[in-house]
Structures are given as structure tokens and as C-alpha cells.
Design a binder for this molecule. Structure first.
Ligand code: SF4
Length: 248
């Protein structure tokens, strides 16, 4: 399976040819996503979507809202997000007429980390980077999922070498809940074709060669031919490129 990115910018998205075959594939895959989420709502009732505001997450927001699926949509504001991401939150709320539930990190833990290690200490070592992600992402996620029986992510197999075996549905031991990755088999082309077909809002940084967007200081644009997650924690080895949200 290729992990090579397509040429991500507005010009490329505009040139995607939505032919009948692609359109049918996307319709079929969209129905599967809806069925998977619906089945879990019926069986488990309490289902949440951890919306990390990437292109995939926008596809899921569109499917969930248009199909009136009873899913809590939440995001984590780490305090270090790019301004384009905040603009996207507002745009999504305006378009789909709902409020994304926002979880923040624990203020005392953030203050303590910064006062001991420094404002940008995550560049200094893998331990300090993981510890920052632990405080700003993992702890709020744990709180968000505390009473949830299932949670949805926008992860895909193609996104990185750490996700090649990603399943659509698995049991998440850490949160003792069902974990749904309904887009696991979608290609990047299919994601962007869906966005184009349905006029779905997306982060303006995608048009500037940011295929994967996290916190501002830990995300950079990529060059053609680089892995789609090469711009995340670019100073680290590829096998370390997870923030702890998706622990096996
Ligand atoms: Fe901290 Fe960077 Fe992780 Fe954001 S991505 S929580 S700034 S280490």
C-alpha cells in the first residue's frame, strides 16, 4: 500500500475528476460508515466522535450531521493549535449548526510543565514531547471518553507506517470502549473527492501542503513525495509519530 501523498493544494483538489466509478465507490463507502456508526449507536448508545479537525474528520462531521446520527462530537483544544484550526471550528459550527464540545488540558499541569521545562520543551527530548502530548491531549481525551461505550476516529491505514494494520472496529483496552475507525480503508483521493462532492469545509492549511495538522509548533508543511505524516514531529523517527491518543 502506498503512503505517498497526492499533491495537496487547492489547485489539485479542483482538478479531481469525480467520475461515475469514483462517485459510486464513495457513496458505497459512505453507506458503510453510516451503518457502522448506526449499529454501534443501537447496541451501545453512548458514542462519541473525537474530531481532530483533519480532512478525514470533516468527512465524518458531514456524514454524522447530515444523517442525524446521535454522536457527541468533541475536539481537544491543546492551547497550541494553529489559528486556521480555530477558524475551521467556527466554520463547521456555523455550517452544521451545532457546537463542538471542547475539552481543554488541566491548567495546573500545563503551568507546572512549562514552568519546569520551558515553553517549547517538547523539542528537547522524546520524553518531554510525549509528556506535553500527555498533558495537552491524552488527559483531556481520557476525560472526554470516561463514560463513552464507543468512540470514533478519522484514522486511515494509509496515513503512516504505524497505521498500516488499522481495523474498522476494535476494542480499545485503554478506554475500555469500542473504537471505530470507519475511514480506515479510504484513500486520500476518496477523502478529498468526498470533500469536493459535498462542499465540506476544511482547514486552510491543507492548501499549503499540510496534509496532517496538529499543534502549530509540532506541524510543518511537507514536500512532494514525503509521507503524509512527515510534517508531524518532523524531528523524530517515524515509528515515534503518535501522540498517545491511539495506544494499542
Ligand atoms: Fe505538545 Fe506538540 Fe504534543 Fe501539541 S503536538 S501536545 S504542542 S508536544
Amino acid at each position: 500500500m502506498s503512503t505517498q501523498p497526492i499533491k495537496l493544494n487547492k489547485k489539485h483538489i479542483d482538478t479531481i475528476d469525480i467520475n461515475d466509478a469514483l462517485s459510486k465507490t464513495i457513496d458505497g463507502k459512505s453507506q458503510k460508515v453510516i451503518s457502522l456508526i448506526q449499529k454501534n449507536i443501537e447496541e451501545l448508545h453512548s458514542v462519541a466522535f473525537a474530531n481532530s479537525l483533519g480532512a478525514e474528520d470533516m468527512v465524518l462531521v458531514d456524514l454524522i450531521r447530515k444523517n442525524k446520527l446521535h454522536v457527541e462530537i468533541f475536539s481537544i483544544d491543546t492551547g497550541r493549535l494553529p489559528s486556521e484550526t480555530y477558524n475551521l471550528i467556527q466554520e463547521v459550527e456555523d455550517k452544521y449548526q451545532f457546537k463542538i464540545k471542547i475539552y481543554f488540558p488541566n491548567q495546573e499541569k500545563v503551568e507546572s510543565y512549562i514552568n519546569v521545562h520551558g515553553i517549547n520543551a517538547f523539542y528537547n527530548s522524546l520524553d518531554l514531547r510525549k509528556s506535553c502530548c500527555g498533558i495537552r491531549k491524552v488527559e483531556p481525551l481520557n476525560r472526554a471518553l470516561k463514560d463513552k461505550k464507543a468512540w470514533i476516529t478519522g484514522m486511515r491505514q494509509e496515513q503512516s507506517q504505524t497505521r498500516l494494520t488499522l481495523k474498522e472496529e476494535e476494542f480499545d483496552e485503554t478506554h475500555q470502549s469500542q473504537k471505530l475507525n470507519p475511514l480506515s480503508s479510504w484513500s486520500e483521493l476518496e477523502i478529498w473527492a468526498y470533500i469536493k462532492m459535498n462542499d465540506v469545509p476544511y482547514n486552510a492549511l491543507h492548501d499549503q501542503f499540510y496534509p496532517s495538522i496538529g499543534c502549530a509548533p509540532c506541524t510543518r508543511a511537507i514536500s512532494e513525495g514525503e509521507d503524509v505524516r512527515a510534517g508531524r514531529w518532523w524531528w523524530e523517527d517515524p515509528q515515534n509519530k503518535e501522540c498517545g491518543l491511539h495506544v494499542k
